[in-house]
Design a protein around this ligand. Sequence first.
Ligand code: SAM
Length: 290
Amino acid sequence: MTTSAAANSPLGSLYVVATPIGNLDDISARALTILRSVALIAAEDTRHSARLMQHFGIGTPLAACHEHNERDQGGRFLARLLAGDDVALISDAGTPLISDPGYHLVRQARAAGVAVVPVPGACALIAALSAAGLPSDRFIFEGFLPAKAAGRRARLEQVKEEPRTLIFYEAPHRILECLQDMQSVFGDERPALLARELTKTFETLKGMPLAELAAWVAADSNQQRGECVVLVAGWQAPEGEEAVSAEAMRVLNLLLAEMPLKRAAALAAEITGVRKNLLYQVALEQQRDV
Ligand code: SAM
């Protein structure tokens, strides 16, 4: 199994293969072909993946590649790749590396000149975003929030005025406190959506303002089970709030030429009276657009 990039290489290729997040029919025909044809499958949990392989009648050997052994065992997979064997990397569900192991192996392989080939498929955050009805032209993926309340709230404060749609993964036993913290940091009215058990029997997508969503989850313990993704609409300037004036932009840009972004935003805020966070976001947007 080769791609054009790998066609003439004596090295093997590393295929990064997405597997289903629930519904097994979501595996792609290409993923099945590759999983059958590679010499070895590096799997996050070999027992878990053995069931998937059995379901599809795939007999390729599996070897563990999880977050605890990935750095050490990477050499073992790399040796196979350098010897010319094709290897597939899979995680327990969805796309490897997305809140899952694989980053170190992919880096090592690329550094060694091995072709790394993505085989796309299911990914919970993309599935949720595609059906959420929240702005999807720009979004940020925050992964899992810190497990402890103080860390979680601190992180939420940092993204409070993020204008792009925010996407979080969360464990079911923390979903209620997570939504309640989001409500208190982002406000009662901020639009949000809980996507639970995607592609599975009890799939639920519930979109409403954060206060209502938190109350709905609190009132029904069934909503505190299974796997979930939380999406929150990005921050919008309250109506009537002044846009950043041309003069404030002039000051900001003068300072940006002289000092780091954070310091420039703070000083420009002092000089112009415009909120520091707003100037910070504007400066960030500017940098992104360059
Ligand atoms: N690599 C996976 C992906 O591509 O989405 C994510 C792995 S991460 C360890 C597991 C988290 O993804 C879960 O805690 C949940 O937040 C989210 N997730 C995975 N499957 C899901 C599903 N079927 N429905 C909703 N969320 C899911």
